[in-house]
Design a protein around this ligand. Structure first.
Ligand code: PA5
Length: 440
């Protein structure tokens, strides 16, 4: 298996020297040890640490069988979830999909997402699309009580039952939730849905390699065994790469680089960055601390954000996802008239041009005071994505401990929910409702 790699040479600055990064490496290794021994804050939620190597043949076969049923018997499957119950699957599926899959004939059921927003028009358009078709539902919520997916599920469940009958709907609805707690567990038991369990010791943003991510990914037709194998390879690769990343980003943060831009040069990686933003943002952003995780799609955003990155406030660094090999060759043709002046790159592959854009940007940004961490990805496939997922998860746990926070809780996520419930008049929130009166 070709492995991902990391290069931090362009991340060095007068303050963040190679020696400074090396001086932090023991702290990174100690953080890995703290994860391993379960002696750190939030250690009840480190079940993801050896999850890849503990996934069994039975678990994979069961997920593949459920996916096959939905793929074969449904025209659409709607995966309902938000945050950690959505972003991992979305990231992997987008990365592996044909860029124009939505406009090409589907080989199995088409996978759609819902419950990741409260867009009324979104839900209307979705229901209009699937209405009259046989569709399945994968409803995912660890707590089983999250409002966004609950609304989407109530609407789609009702539609499916009205159109296909309750029995058919129940056979084509799969719930992924806590083993015992939450409204979704109660609902699944009452309705007789097939279910998968999100382990107690795996938090939402670390759950992509549980059925939360694996079932939608399998429904989309991708190889979950290769994804898991990639993660296992990284789990067993030791802490060299993760320690390098964790030590470098913490050294940069301590030197005043408060924002990390995850950069990609391949549009299919856009949602991997969305997943990464949740992973690092929810894990590190607490107690008034934490690198702000942001993301840009290059070269697209060089034409919108490029000015700021080159010349704006010098508080940023970049972590670049650099993909070596594309799956298809497209060569720029020669044109006799050369009216567009492009003959100087005729005969080159588009990926060669992209690599030169990447190199040119790196040189310019580093010269402009933006340190650059490079993560090399041999190619975008299941193996490499599995490696990347585990790499980022492990480095995140280590990095959070180095920062001195509990990387596995998310107390800040509750604040907006309390206000929303109070404003909507949810029973039990009467006091907050009164306190919020006048906030319109
Ligand atoms: O990381 C987290 O725990 C959260 O962002 C959750 O993933 C998100 O709120 C969805 O929660 P649930 O799966 O309970 O519906």
């Amino acid at each position: 298996m070709r492995m991902i790699d990391i290069d931090i040479k362009a991340a060095y600055t007068p303050e963040v020297t190679a020696e400074r990064v090396e001086a932090l490496r023991p702290a990174a290794v100690a953080a890995a040890q703290t994860l391993e021994t379960g002696t750190g804050a939030g250690s009840d939620f480190t079940g993801w640490l050896h999850l890849p190597s503990h996934i069994t043949e039975e678990q994979l076969s069961a997920i593949e069988a459920s996916a096959a049923l939905l793929r074969e018997e449904c025209e659409y499957v709607v995966a309902i979830g938000i945050g950690g119950s959505y972003l991992g699957a979305k990231a992997v599926i987008e990365a592996l999909s044909d860029n124009f899959a939505a406009f090409k004939p589907a080989k199995g059921a088409r996978l759609l997402f819902a419950g990741n927003n409260i867009g009324e028009d979104y839900l209307h358009d979705l229901m209009e699309l699937v209405s009259g078709h046989r569709f399945g539902i994968i409803v995912i919520s660890k707590s089983g009580t999250t409002t966004e997916p609950a609304i989407a599920f109530r609407l789609l469940k009702g539609l499916l039952e009205r159109e296909q009958g309750r029995e058919w709907a129940a056979r084509h609805t799969i719930a992924i939730t806590d083993a015992a707690r939450g409204a979704l567990r109660t609902l699944a038991t009452t309705e007789g849905y097939a279910t998968y369990v999100i382990p107690d010791n795996v938090g939402g943003r670390f759950s992509v390699l549980t059925p939360v991510g694996l079932l939608p990914i399998a429904v989309a037709g991708f190889n979950i065994r290769a994804l898991v194998a990639g993660a296992v390879a990284m789990e067993q690769a030791g802490d060299e790469l993760t320690a390098t990343y964790a030590a470098t980003r913490n050294a940069l943060y301590a030197s005043g680089k408060k924002v990390e831009l995850l950069v990609n040069y391949d549009p299919r990686l856009h949602f991997l960055a969305e997943w990464w933003k949740q992973l690092y943002g929810e894990s590190e952003g607490k107690q008034g601390k934490g690198i702000f995780p942001a993301a840009v799609d290059f070269t697209t955003d060089l034409h919108s954000m490029g000015q700021w990155i080159q010349d704006g406030e010098r508080t940023i660094f970049e972590t670049v996802l650099s993909v070596n090999d594309q799956h298809h060759e497209v060569t720029i043709p020669t044109d006799e008239a050369d009216l567009d002046g492009l003959n100087y790159i005729a005969g080159k592959r588009v990926s060669q041009v992209n690599h030169m854009a990447e190199l040119g940007t790196k040189i310019a940004h580093v010269e402009g005071g933006v340190p650059n961490i490079k993560i090399t990805i041999p190619t975008i496939d299941e193996d490499c994505l599995g490696q990347l997922i585990y790499f980022f998860e492990k480095a995140c746990g280590m990095s959070g401990y180095m920062l001195g926070v509990n990387p596995f809780d998310q107390p800040g996520v509750e604040a907006y929910k309390r206000n929303m419930f109070a404003l909507l008049g949810k029973p039990g929130y009467e006091e907050q409702t009164a306190a919020l009166k006048g906030h319109r």
